[in-house]
Design a protein around this ligand. Structure first.
Ligand SMILES: NC(=O)c1ccc[n+]([C@@H]2O[C@H](COP(=O)([O-])OP(=O)(O)OC[C@H]3O[C@@H](n4cnc5c(N)ncnc54)[C@H](O)[C@@H]3O)[C@@H](O)[C@H]2O)c1
Length: 347
């Protein structure tokens, strides 16, 4: 069976999920890790027994034979790295959002097309079992005509204040809104045509982190359906889980409720639980839990999908074009919020 030779660029929190997934997949050979921070690259390579580590993408591409890369750098640093790798003929799994500007998305798509390589965006909720079940039910017509989706995806304040050193250069709209907007488009099976958004500011800025606290976004679709998306980055540290994730889908013939975070297969309350520690009381059982030292969960499945697509020559189920539409929606939401909630049309 063909082995897929991969490298992970960006060995931070989420790069580690890619490294673990590639280390586990029988068809993947993790050849190299690249990070601007040499200590990080070296430590990750040592931990996972990877032969090569680099602090420059150029040096890595010149030195090691690769079929594919994961780009897990901060949002604003996806485009340059991905374009460089596409031009070197590597298939790309890019973390979400694809990029932070339309021009960068278009340049990434053009570079991938010119090189004939895949450009997949890692929206792993498409592999989230309840989401997948909902999508199947919608496609089978069980809900009739889907008219409305409510989508909440929020984090505790731990994420912008402690987890992400670059939160001030990003936003909860880029970080979580990207997932939510991709999922509503996937569920709705219609084209989004208008975005109206309001945002709240002040809590994070007062802490020296120049980004908005929360967004409320309404997306209109060309078939008359609508979705409401809520994303907040200021939930209290005492929340039982790091992520608050709820979905409601209403159709002409039925409704689906998803409670992917709080369905509570395990709830753990002890006197030793450190206040504010992520997932202190409701540990993650779905995204990247470890079972007997092995990473399982739907976040691994999207990375496995990429490996198998490269191995088998199949087009991944998310694309650069999806990434471009997603960034268009994000930027339209920001513009609408800048203009006090004025609707912004999507071309
Ligand atoms: N799919 C998900 O649910 C999910 C979850 C968390 C993060 N993410 C995404 O993953 C990406 C990384 O997030 P993170 O939390 O791991 O960030 P992080 O800050 O923990 O890690 C980013 C790493 O990239 C390195 N880096 C920056 N620019 C680089 C470059 N040009 N070349 C090589 N290395 C570079 C940094 O030194 C750092 O080690 C972001 O796009 C984020 O939105 C996705």
């Amino acid at each position: 069976m063909k082995q897929v030779r991969v490298a992970v660029i960006g060995a931070g929190i989420w790069g580690a999920a890619h490294i673990r997934a590639y280390s586990q997949h029988a068809s993947a050979e993790l050849m190299a890790i690249c990070d601007l921070d040499e200590g990080r690259a070296r430590d990750a390579a040592a931990t996972w027994g990877v032969a090569n580590y680099y602090t420059s993408v150029d040096a890595m591409l010149a030195d090691v034979e690769l079929d594919a890369v994961s780009v897990a750098t901060p949002d604003g640093a996806h485009a340059a790295v991905a374009i460089q790798c596409a031009q070197a003929g590597k298939h790309i799994l890019c973390e979400k959002p694809l990029a932070t500007t339309i021009e960068d998305c278009q340049a990434m798509i053009a570079a991938a097309e010119a090189a004939g390589v895949y450009l997949m965006v890692d929206w792993h909720n498409r592999w989230n079992p309840p989401h997948h079940e909902a999508s199947k039910a919608i496609s089978a017509g069980e809900l009739g005509d889907v008219r409305y989706i409510y989508y909440r995806l929020s984090d505790t304040i731990y994420v912008p204040t402690t987890m992400l050193p670059w939160a001030g250069e990003s936003s909860v709209m880029l970080f979580l809104g990207s997932h939510a907007l991709d999922t509503i488009c996937w569920f709705m099976q219609a084209r989004p045509c208008r975005v109206t958004c309001r945002r709240q500011d002040g809590i994070l800025r007062a802490m020296g982190i120049p980004t908005a606290d929360m967004y409320l976004t309404v997306v209109d679709f060309d078939d008359g359906a609508m979705a409401v998306v809520e994303n907040s980055w200021v939930l209290p540290q005492s929340s039982p889980a790091l992520i608050d994730h709820r979905v409601e889908i209403i159709g002409s013939d039925g409704v689906i409720y998803l409670d992917p975070q709080h369905c509570g297969p395990i709830a753990k309350y002890t006197d030793k639980t450190p206040a504010g520690f992520p997932d202190a009381s409701l540990p993650d059982m779905f995204i990247t839990p470890q079972v007997h030292g092995r990473q399982v969960g739907f976040a691994v499945e999207s990375i496995y999908h990429f490996v198998e697509c490269v191995r088998d020559g199949k087009r991944p189920i998310t694309s650069g074009e999806d990434g471009l539409l997603n960034t268009r929606l994000i930027l339209a939401a920001e513009r609408s919020a800048d203009e006090g909630g004025k609707p912004v049309d999507i071309d």
